[in-house]
Design a protein around this ligand. Structure first.
Ligand SMILES: Nc1ncnc2c1ncn2[C@@H]1O[C@H](COP(=O)(O)OP(=O)(O)OP(=O)(O)O)[C@@H](O)[C@H]1O
Ligand SMILES: CC(=O)N[C@H]1[C@@H]2OC[C@@H](O2)[C@@H](O)[C@@H]1O[C@H](C)C(=O)O
Length: 373
């Protein structure tokens, strides 16, 4: 029997994430039995070219049609390229690229063909992690929280700790490590906080032709427009109790709030909005965590990090402060979740996605067996 799928003990799982920032594919190896972490392995990054990013952008918000097909084919191919260099992999967790996310409407769509990937790599692939959760009434996101729970145990946390991912969208996981299992009621509270880097990236691209506000240089030169910030915080999303999740472009219209501002004031204000959204979200935590550990690309933005430190009443540090890799945490999460799916363990619960019951979502595609002769 395939050890990763049927057996016990740790396996070498490879996870891959293509996030809402549309920057590229992150890939990382995790050794895990689906409960405990035993170690972290090699990592890789395969960037999307400008042309590829344009194909993905054209498909955002769409559910079917030529643009979606083109994006799906590109995502599958990019993952074959990114993952085929890894050796001795027993199982792959393939998130794919989210194109549309409407959990209380049409569902959630992550493109990329896991069956084709399994065939190309010769390794079983777990994919389509979010659909079952949505079908069971959940938000389908965030899914990293079960992995964050394992990370809290790995770093030896004894007090509640929060993981904050600042990707295109932000998401927060409050972990109480005194519980034994992530699905224990009270062990986890998780939700999307609001937009994080996506509006900053979009404005930088539209106005200055740059991919991002590297190192917060543009925001640092600007002044925050508090009126726009207040209008932003009046959005009903922030008062809504968790569970809650977002699509990448759900807050696209907020760029309108800064339309009249000069470039640096606009970027400073969008950066302040991302930080303020996190501060609002923290109000949902049962108590202030002992620290907030920041992962995702936003932790490289010192202006955003400074704004968080000012607005949160607990220490804020990148996950590197506890020996984790903030550029790879999501890829590692899907390696970990793949092993959970393969072993029949849940990947979401009422505290993380609001799903009615425990769900271990995902499709397992096995690699076809080569027959001699
Ligand atoms: N040096 C930097 N300075 C400022 N911002 C940065 C820096 N490095 C990365 N970023 C920001 O982080 C983003 C990438 O973050 P990340 O890779 O975590 O996103 P993602 O995984 O695609 O998104 P999500 O978690 O929403 O799926 C970039 O698009 C940029 O906005
Ligand atoms: C629908 C979807 O792809 N959501 C992503 C996105 O990116 C960040 C945030 O929004 C989070 O909810 C989720 O990704 C992470 C990996 C998660 O599921 O935990």
């Amino acid at each position: 029997m395939n050890k990763a799928i049927g057996g016990a003990g740790p396996v070498r799982a490879l996870g891959a994430m293509s996030g809402t920032s549309l920057d590229g594919v992150d890939a990382a190896v995790v050794e895990t039995d689906g409960e405990r972490l035993f170690g972290f392995g090699e990592t890789a990054y395969r960037a999307y070219s400008e042309d590829e990013r344009a194909v993905l952008r054209a498909a955002l918000g769409k559910w079917h049609g030529d643009e979606v097909e083109a994006a799906a084919a590109l995502v599958t191919l990019a993952h074959v390229e990114a993952l085929s260099k890894f050796e001795d992999v027993e199982l792959v967790g393939f998130h794919g690229q989210t194109l549309a996310h409407e959990p209380k409407g049409r569902g959630t769509l992550q493109v990329g063909d896991g069956a084709a990937l399994a065939k190309a790599l010769g390794v079983p692939v777990v994919w389509d992690f979010r659909s079952d959760d949505v079908a069971m009434g959940g938000e389908g996101a965030p899914l990293a929280p079960f992995f964050h729970f394992a990370c809290a145990k790995w770093i030896g946390a004894t007090e509640p700790v929060a993981f904050l991912n600042l990707g295109g969208v932000g998401n927060l996981t409050y972990v109480d490590p005194s519980f034994d299992r992530p699905e224990d009621p009270g062990a986890l509270l998780a939700f999307d906080t609001g937009p994080a880097n996506a509006p900053i990236d979009d404005l930088m691209q539209a106005r200055l032709g740059q991919r991002m506000d590297r190192d917060g240089a543009v925001a640092r030169a600007g002044v925050v427009e508090t009126g726009a910030l207040e209008l932003f915080l009046a959005e009903p999303f922030f008062a809504k109790m968790p569970p809650k999740s977002l699509d990448r472009n759900d807050f696209a219209e907020m760029v309108g709030l800064v339309r009249e501002l000069g470039d640096s004031d606009a970027v400073a204000t969008l950066t302040a909005m991302s930080a303020a959204a996190v501060a609002k979200g923290m109000e949902h935590c049962p108590k202030p965590p002992s620290r907030v550990l920041v992962t995702g690309g936003g932790r490289h933005n010192p202006v955003l990090m400074e704004m968080l430190r000012v607005s949160l009443d607990c220490p804020v540090a990148p996950v590197e402060s506890v020996g984790l890799d903030g550029d790879m945490l999501e890829a590692q999460a899907f390696a970990y979740l793949a092993v959970r799916v393969a072993r029949g363990l849940p990947t979401s619960c009422p505290g993380t996605t609001g799903v009615r019951a425990l769900v271990g979502g995902g499709i397992v595609s096995r690699a076809p067996v080569e027959r001699a002769g």
